[in-house]
Design a protein around this ligand. Sequence first.
Ligand SMILES: [Zn+2]
Length: 270
Amino acid sequence: MAERKFLWWQELPYTEVCRWAKEECDLAILPIGAIEQHGPHSPCGVDAFNAIGMAELAAKKSGAMLLPCPMYGSHPYHHWHMPGTIPLSYETHIALLVDIIRGAAVAGYNKFIILSAHGQVSTTLVAVHKLGLEGYFTLSLHWYDFLRDNKDVLEDYMWHADEAETSVGLFLYPQYIDMSKAEPGGGTPLVDRRWIIAPGMTPRPGMMYHFEGTFARPEYLELKNGVIGDPTKATREKGEKLVTRTVDFIVELINDIMTRWPVGVKPPVK
Ligand SMILES: [Zn+2]
């Protein structure tokens, strides 16, 4: 794999974007996040910054091309109307993802990973299957699904603006985090927690994924400080471990895909 000075599509001329797909690696990562309030201690760009930071590290190690990150994302219904949060409508976000992959494929890219650092399965799942019908090989990953083996790092599962997310922020962009303003938050779901899979939790029988229902009250009514979980437990060291392990898993996945379907080979989706 050749060394690269620039990793991002937007930093390169189209000739190099095309050459990279033809000769080096035809897998592109699309990092996606959200513009969403993350409590009084963290910036509203946490999810986008987390996706960008992890995607960049994964690209460095794997040779994947990096597509520019659309900062806005889609949101489960209970996020809407929180100050600081700017949700795209579901239709807009699905169309955005589909259009980006379609456009990137024109340059010769045959494999796509949508790397999300925000809970937006309601649109990523639909986008992936719409793209599948058109013949595009696309996986959509949510970074917290790689947290299941990190019980030695975190005291709690991942929730929101909490121990996990704030730790990642302290590692990737400490200049935007103010721990003097960090305080625990919380809320009570409309069904018992034993039925809800938390991000990073190994599911037990009968559990529903945490966005598989309208089982949370709207956050603007429910949350006092925009936080679910306890960000005071966050540390840079925890963040480094979470990011490194997640990136290593993503690189392993990319290497596996590129071994099965080498550069120039399009996985037979259609
Ligand atoms: Zn977040």
